[in-house]
Structure formats: C-alpha cells, structure tokens
Ligand binder design. Sequence first.
Ligand code: T46
Length: 145
Amino acid sequence: MQIMKYTFQQHGDERGMLVAVEELKDIPFEIKRIYYVYDTKDGVRRGYHAHKSLEQILICVHGSCKILLDNGKEQKEVLLEKPYEGLYVPNNMWREMYDFSEDAVLLVLASSYYDKEDYIRDYQEFVDYVWNLEKEIGQDICEGK
Ligand code: T46
C-alpha cells in the first residue's frame, strides 16, 4: 500500500511562515468542505470508518497525531507533525486517528459535502465491500493509492 503525502510549498520570511493549498493544483480534487479536529482528549482514538467516495487531505497544522490507514489487506501508520505536509486519504480506506498531542489541530480538506450515507462504520462490512468491489471490477482498487 502506497502512502501519498504531499509537501506543500512554504513561504517564509522574517515574519514567519505561510502555506497555501489550491484545489486541483496542490491536491488532486476540488475542495467542497473543510473541517478541523482539536482539543482531543488524552488517549482518544477517532475515525473507525471508511468512505465509499470521499477523498481527503489531512494536515496536522499544529501539534502531532498518528493516522492508521487500512485498505482491507494492509495497514500503515503515518505520523503527522508538520504543518506543511498533507496526507492523502482516498476512498475505500479505513482510517483511525490517535496519539493526538494536547495542542494538536487536525485540518481536513474534503472532496464532498458531509454525507452520512458515504460512511462505512463497521470494519467487516468495509472488508466485504472492498473485496466485492475488486471482484466486480477485476482489479486491486487500492493499487497505487
Ligand atoms: C474522517 C475523519 C478524518 C458534521 O456535522 N459535519 C462534518 O463535516 C463532519 C466531518 C462531522 N460532522 C459531525 C458528525 C458527528 O456528530 O461531527 C461529529 C463528529 O464526527 P465523526 O464522529 O465522524 O468524527 P471523526 O473524527 O471520527 O471522523 C472525521 C470525519 O467524519 C471523517 O470523514 O475521515 O474525521
């Protein structure tokens, strides 16, 4: 499983730093929604779901946190701790977020509006969904993602 992390250009001068992210230039989709997670309590693990069609970029703009990505066959852990790095999370990918530092702010750029129906919240259902999709289209849907 290939992890896709973007390193955004940093514009720095004596005043400090600035990072800009433009849709379809710096990231591969149009941005329909932005949300952020902060003030996460000690020991909390969030996520535990996959999306059928949503794509996202996760940026820990302050502090640090870890992301577990799971494509139904393989799992990888990614540490986010740089405000100029974005982790691409494609559709059909289980995710869990944990080990948030006290000051962590996790910013998310999303390709679609909020849609409860796009979530798969049961892990076995997710695995079955991915296997069935692969059977239907006859190839590894997570290849290259
Ligand atoms: C994801 C990870 C990285 C809304 O009303 N609108 C929204 O756009 C979102 C994202 C959430 N909500 C509500 C739904 C729940 O009542 O906010 C509450 C917390 O959402 P949730 O439990 O889904 O949060 P996480 O941190 O488990 O997951 C979120 C996103 O939902 C999800 O798409 O990929 O962050």
